[in-house]
Each structure stands twice: as C-alpha cells, then as structure tokens.
Design a protein around this ligand. Structure first.
Ligand SMILES: Cc1cc2nc3c(=O)[nH]c(=O)nc-3n(C[C@H](O)[C@H](O)[C@H](O)COP(=O)(O)OP(=O)(O)OC[C@H]3O[C@@H](n4cnc5c(N)ncnc54)[C@H](O)[C@@H]3O)c2cc1C
Length: 321
C-alpha cells in the first residue's frame, strides 16, 4: 500500500472546507437513535441496562431492539422493549421480521405491542434461521406468512397505525436482482406506509449520498437515516460486511491492520473513524443518525457529544442567601 495512503485518502482541501466549518460545537439540531439487541442472560441484561442508562440523557428520538434471526428472540425482544417503555422516558421501537411465522402470528405479536403502548415497529424481512446475514442460506417465505418487508409493512398498518421504519441498502441488498429492483422494493415499503428508512452500515459517506440522490430521483421522500456502526472489533465487522454486502474501503482495512490483539488502540482508531464519518455526513446535510450500539455506550456517547447531542444543562442554582 502506498505510504501516506491512509491520511491522504479522503478529500481535497476544498471538499474539507464545509467539514471544517461544521466542526464542534455543532448546531443543536441533530437527532439520534440507538439500536440495542435483547440480552441473553442476567449479566448481559445488566450490561444492556447500564448502556441504556448511559445513553438515555442525550434524549434519543427513539431506541430500537432487534429481533433475533428466525424470530428466535421474540419474547426477549418483547421483554426488553416493554421494560424500556415502563422504566424510562425513552421511545422504544420493536424490530419484527417475516421469518418463520404465519401472518396471524405476526399480527398477534404486533397487536400485543400496540396494547403494551409500543407505537413504533422496525419492519424487516429477516434472514433464514441459522444464517448470519442476507445471502447466506436461501430465504423462502413461510407458507401463509408475509413474504417480504413491504408485505409486513402493509400488514402492520392493517393491525394499527404504527410508526414504521424499514431497512435500506446503500450498496444494494445482496439478494436483489439489481440496484434498481432494490430501490423499487424500498419504494414499495414506503408506499405501503413506512415513515423512514434506516440504512445498513457503510463507511464511505459518498456511498450514502449517492444512494440518497438515487432514492430522491425515484420519488422516495421519507428520511433515509444513516446507520452508523462504530467499529471496535474489526474482525467481526469484516464478517458482518461480507454477509450484508457492505464494502470495506481499503483505507479502513489499513487503519485496523496489525491491531487484532490491541483492543485499546482499536478503540481509539474506531473513535476517530466514526467521528470523521459523522462529521462528513453532517457537512453533507445529515441531521439524523442511527447508531448500532452493540449494547456498548462509550463510543456512541462520545460521538453524540461531538455532534452536539448532549444532556440538557442543569438550571443554574440560586446562590444561597
Ligand atoms: C436497520 C436494520 C435493522 C435490522 N434489524 C434486524 C433484526 O432485528 N432482525 C433480523 O433478523 N434482521 C435484521 N436486519 C437484517 C434484515 O432482516 C436483512 O438484511 C434481510 O436480508 C433483508 O431485510 P429487508 O427488510 O431489507 O427485506 P426486504 O425489503 O423484504 O428485501 C429483501 C430482498 O428481497 C428483494 N425483494 C423484495 N421484494 C421482492 C419481491 N416481491 N420479489 C423479489 N425480490 C424481492 C429485495 O430487493 C431484497 O434483495 C436489519 C437490517 C437493517 C438495515
């Protein structure tokens, strides 16, 4: 690799100007949301709860809880979402997938959420049970189930007037027939009633901006919120990326080279990568960010701080008489 490649990769000084102008403190108009996964045991529950409490003061627009492959976490997702509803002031959203269940079962899950006061669903197709990502294993709809996310969105809207978020793939879903067909699919999800798209993770802001441009040209007008994955375990991100069709730019691979056994340095590098990514997105006009927290708060909290998303200041105390 060329020497200096990592630092010289990004942009000309001219493209950097808006970024420099957007340096901290950033305007206070940024909205963030956080994604958690449901804990598997008591220790994981404790750690998730610490994460929720650490992030709650920045007042996210919503927090979402994933649904395990094949519906494997149905009860744990429900328990986590409803605990957030009961015990915090946060607005919880429940992920729900089409996999492995008939329409009536999914409708019943949705109805239960509605009755528990949950008004926001992240509606997804999901992947085949056992597959750790799209394209791994062959997806076939459950007989009598919702086949694709667009069908699920329409079904949810028949159950109740949920707010609905759906997935979008800036680098195209790996099973899509073509980028155009994938964009048509996103449009179908929005036309069926989805209010927002959240993207799969990506690292190059231009990938996101090009995608948004294409989506707007297709008449997709809803917010397309970038999904941001802070990279702390690069080996794992490599696997995720392979499974979901996200590209790893050579500069990113270079930055993490030789650090497999050096978690402390990886964390510092991760912070600088995600801060730069968010600043470039901000400079390009993005004001909503969705963070894949992986149930870890520190890095996400720091990025929120950089973006100007901070706990409200306590009112000044009257001096004692
Ligand atoms: C923000 C976000 C959150 C996620 N959360 C979860 C989660 O909690 N649990 C989980 O299991 N997975 C989750 N996933 C992963 C997701 O389930 C997978 O990526 C899945 O492979 C695609 O889901 P989708 O909702 O985009 O599917 P869809 O929108 O249904 O699209 C799936 C594929 O089918 C194609 N397609 C759609 N309709 C048709 C049609 N009529 N004919 C032919 N092809 C069609 C699309 O182009 C695409 O290639 C999440 C992904 C994202 C981006």
């Amino acid at each position: 690799m060329k020497k200096g490649f990592t630092l010289s990769r990004s942009r000309s000084p001219a493209t950097f100007r808006p970024v420099i102008e957007a340096l901290a403190p950033l305007a206070g108009d940024v909205r963030v949301s956080f994604e958690f996964f449901p804990p598997k045991n008591d220790a994981a529950e404790l750690s998730l709860w610490e994460c929720v409490q650490r992030l709650a003061p920045v007042r996210p627009a919503f927090v979402s809880v994933t649904y395990g492959a094949g519906g494997s976490t149905r009860e744990r997702t429900h328990a986590t979402v409803t605990r957030i509803r009961r015990e915090t002031a946060l607005e919880p959203a429940a992920h729900l997938t089409c996999v492995g269940a008939a329409r009536a079962e999914i409708d019943a899950v949705a109805r239960r959420y509605w009755n528990d006061g949950i008004r926001h669903i992240v509606a997804l197709r999901g992947d085949p049970p056992g597959a750790s990502g799209p394209g791994l294993g062959v997806y076939s709809p459950h007989p009598g189930g919702y086949a694709y996310a667009a069908d699920l969105v329409a079904g949810l809207k028949r159950v109740a007037d949920f707010e609905i978020s759906v997935a979008a793939f800036p680098e195209t879903h790996p099973e899509a027939q073509s980028p155009a067909a994938d964009l048509d699919n996103l449009k179908r999800k929005i036309d069926a009633g989805a209010n927002r798209a959240i993207t799969q993770f990506f690292f190059d802001p231009d990938v996101y901006f090009r995608f948004v441009e294409r989506a707007r040209a297709e008449g997709i007008g809803v917010p397309i919120v970038p999904g941001i994955l802070p990279v702390t375990n690069f080996a794992r991100v490599r696997e995720f990326a392979k499974a979901c069709g996200a590209s790893l730019p050579p500069w990113l691979v270079d930055l993490f080279e030789g650090l497999d056994k050096d978690a402390d340095t990886r964390k510092l590098i991760a912070a600088s990568v995600v801060a730069e990514q968010c600043r470039l997105l901000f400079a390009g006009g993005v004001r909503e960010f969705h963070f894949y927290t992986l149930n870890r708060a520190d890095l996400v909290y720091a990025i929120c701080h950089i973006l100007g998303v901070r706990p409200p200041k306590a009112p000044a105390q009257e001096p004692a008489p």
